[in-house]
Design a protein around this ligand. Structure first.
Ligand SMILES: Nc1ncnc2c1ncn2[C@@H]1O[C@H](COP(=O)(O)OP(=O)(O)OP(=O)(O)O)[C@@H](O)[C@H]1O
Length: 441
């Protein structure tokens, strides 16, 4: 029987979920806070963790970050209120499998739990399945993206893929490999976000028997497995400083040294890395080595966020509906014009992954071949209202600022120095603002 640990401080909700899951044949242990949860995870092995995001003694993200060292990483689903969706997206970057939004729909919960249990958490990402079909999109930014892929693929340049979470960085890394001269060789994708600090060295470089307690046999590292092919290091910013030092040696000398071994092994690897953060800032703060940064940055690919892919959104919606239909055995045809208009107004912080999830959910809940506006998730409507209020506020602020600048300029007969002084800004800022607001001077 699969064991689930539920960390949730809302007693009523916890009881409802526990009894629902027990009825579905799971063994459930429920606790109400991070500390208690960590104790349970230390003492027992669970198949799945259901984790409320906001807890009295911290948030779910903190607990996820604790896992991986002493505590083995357990597949995790974050349960969150819709105010925290954007933060929940971050939990995916830190290794959580999925997030689900309150009020929890039982069918959806079961679907996510089953998918999480099927997917064993591994640092090595699984090979893409046939159902993971891909489309390229037809917008200008998409065309440019795939042109860059085509150009860089046959070279030996290291590629750094930069982009928000869920924009398709891993997919692009695979495309580069598939179009390269190494296509027939291995493609090894490593998620540095779930690499535990203690085991990262041995996972990447391998170890020999007896290298540390628990090293019962020799183990080949992922770098050696990638020999001759491509190594994709996702979320490279998460590598510890120690591992960064060893990685530099691989890049410079093209050799690896398994832990506990005195021998070195020559390797021939093309490196592709991905990051969703500003790695240069990490360099400036001393958290990421500058020498590595420059070596992995042979060619930069910037992933366009979904909100900037224009009409590609329609293509992705149609594509994900077809995928959801075949996965869930449904026959949904399309999204109603009203629902589509809402999907288009949203800014998609979780990008393609979020769109895929939303479509899956709507297809699952749809009772006809048309997805109507009532199926748009509440959290999206809420986020949309917030998004639009922020835009309104910004527009009001900007128009007030514009009027004020014009007024002061008229008062000073367009003497920029005087106007800038009165506005308490420097002349350069004044010129910039005049340009931005199209004020003739
Ligand atoms: N061009 C595409 N066509 C269809 N589906 C796509 C495409 N690109 C990405 N996806 C889907 O979107 C989801 C996110 O993609 P992927 O894992 O490549 O993103 P990522 O940027 O690497 O995410 P993260 O930052 O979380 O590592 C996956 O389910 C993937 O199958």
């Amino acid at each position: 029987m699969k064991q689930i640990l539920l960390i949730e401080d809302d007693v009523t909700f916890s009881t409802i979920i526990s009894s629902f899951l027990k009825k579905k044949g799971f063994e459930v242990k429920a606790v109400s806070g991070i500390q208690k949860g960590l104790e349970e995870l230390k003492n027992e092995r669970f198949d799945l963790l259901l984790l409320d995001y906001r807890l009295p003694d911290g948030n779910g993200l903190e607990l996820i970050r604790e896992m991986g060292g002493e505590i083995p990483f357990t597949p995790t689903i974050i349960i969150t209120g819709f105010n925290d969706v954007r933060t929940a997206v971050k939990s995916i970057q830190s290794g959580a499998f999925e997030y689900i939004i309150k009020p929890v729909n039982p069918d959806e919960l079961m679907m996510v739990i089953q998918a999480a249990l099927r997917k064993k958490i591994e640092v090595r990402k699984p090979e893409p399945s046939v159902s993971q079909s891909i489309i390229q999109g037809e917008s200008k930014v998409s065309k440019k993206l795939y042109e860059h892929v085509k150009l860089v693929a046959p070279t030996e340049l290291s590629v750094m893929i930069i982009g928000e979470s869920g924009t398709g960085k891993e997919h692009i890394a695979r495309s580069i490999h598939d179009q390269s001269n190494r296509a027939g060789q291995p493609f090894v994708a490593v998620d540095c976000g779930v690499l535990s600090k203690d085991l990262a060295g041995s996972e990447l470089f391998g170890h020999v028997k007896g290298a540390f307690t628990g090293a019962l046999t020799d183990k080949k590292g992922l770098m050696e497995e990638a020999n001759g092919g491509t190594l994709f290091l996702d979320e490279i910013g998460n590598l510890s400083y120690d591992v960064q030092v060893k990685l530099l040696r691989v890049i410079q000398e093209r050799i690896i040294q398994p832990l506990g071994s005195s021998k070195t092994i020559p390797v021939d690897i093309r490196l592709i890395t991905a990051t969703n953060e500003n790695l240069m800032q990490k360099v400036e703060e001393g958290d990421f080595r500058e020498d590595i940064y420059h070596r992995i940055n042979g060619f930069k690919i910037q992933m366009p966020p979904l909100r900037e892919r224009g009409t590609d959104l329609d293509l992705f919606i149609a594509h994900f509906i077809q995928m959801a239909n075949s996965e869930l055995n449904r026959e949904v045809q399309l999204v109603s014009p009203e629902a589509l208009a809402t999907l288009k107004r949203y800014d998609w912080p979780g990008n393609l992954r979020e769109l895929k999830n939303v479509i899956n959910r709507m297809v699952l809940l749809s009772t006809s071949t048309l997805i109507g506006p009532e199926l748009i998730p509440d959290e999206m409507l809420f986020a949309l209202r917030q998004q639009e209020q922020e835009t309104d506020l910004k527009q009001t602020q900007e128009s007030t600022e514009r009027e004020m600048i014009i007024q002061v300029l008229e008062q000073t007969r367009y003497n920029k120095s005087k106007a800038a002084r009165l506005l308490n800004i420097d002349r350069k800022t004044l010129y910039n603002k005049m340009e931005k607001y199209e004020i003739d001077g």
